[in-house]
Design a protein around this ligand. Sequence first.
Ligand code: SAH
Ligand code: SF4
Length: 390
Amino acid sequence: MQPSDFPPPTSLAEQFPPEWERLLSDWGEPRYRALQIFRWIYQRGVQNPAQMTDLPKRLRDKLTDGGLAAPAHVAQVQASADGTKKLLIELADGKQVETVLIPRGSVAEDDIFSPDGDADDAQGEYGDPAYAAGAQEITQCVSSQVGCAMGCAFCASGIAGLKRQMNASEIVSQVLLGRAALDASSRLAGVVFMGMGEPLHNYNALARTIRLLSHPEGMGMSLRRITVSTSGLVPEIDRLAKDFGGQVQLAVSVHAADTDTRTKLMPVNKKHPLSEVIAAIRRYPVPRRRRLTIEYTLVRGLNDSEQSARTLARILRGLRAKVNLIPMNPVEGTGLAAPDEPVVERFQEILRDEGLDTFLRRRRGDDIAAACGQLALRGEARKVRTLPLV
Ligand code: SAH
Ligand code: SF4
């Protein structure tokens, strides 16, 4: 999907340069201002027209009157003892989402987010002034919706359902605010859509966001440093494959080795059953020297048996994929818990013995509830589905 194929923008802040050009020429302004404005927003992270000091006052006023404004601001910052930072982001209508800045571990194989074969593009690709050899690399986990409609049994984000979609400027704003919150020795190395929401359930906004983040006149982030995590919306996985040629890193939340267990954990499995999800994963055009990510949250007594591990290995056989095992992070009221450590280790061992590269995902930001699935809507009544344990 190229910028020209998108549905019209829903706000000024999410316009591509050609859209800015059209608007500016309607306003009788020179077209070259388009890139100037775009760079202010995406290179410098300035979304308030009053601060765009090299634009004439007349144009700044027009932009303000036309509605260009920061779509979000940071309402609160929490820092974890392990270096993870969680930002509470408030949108213009007062709705809140969270984004998490996660320092990459130095032990490569322990690092859940590192895509494969990407060492060649590591240097200074965002024109980021903070870039320096040895800078701490940060992966930012971003939200794509306010709440989530998918209602997975173990996830805090889905508890209150979907409150509303986010538009691209709101999603990108999190990244701009996150980048601004980094200290001088850190550098934003990539973005993962693993915050609140199901990114493929907000496809057009997601695709526009990816094109904005990767735009060469903006942040210039390479597509391979953008990871989309999905609960398995099959048509949209295919769309992502077609629109970005497989360059965007795909992570799929599989979480079960058989379809009945998956339905218990993830209601979306009724619409897109495990076999169809696996087929879509197999069709995804993974570039050479890279791999997909399979996510598997381990839930005690449900999907953690040795038999599940063997079945999982069988259904993934031959796939160029690595498996991230995530012992379930506690979410109050779900009645679900992580398996004991020996069970987790045994599960990993079986997958490894079956030839699958399998990593145990380190918990980050535990003390500030910034770990996977702990990003909850504030102030929402905790309506929890109880899971029939059989
Ligand atoms: N909606 C997308 C992306 C956001 S969730 C998806 O489901 O893939 C990111 C990851 O966190 C998913 O793999 C999700 O299953 C996992 N997750 C959710 N709740 C969790 C919990 N309580 N413990 C561990 N992982 C969890
Ligand atoms: Fe939504 Fe992902 Fe949470 Fe499921 S795990 S409820 S898809 S955010």
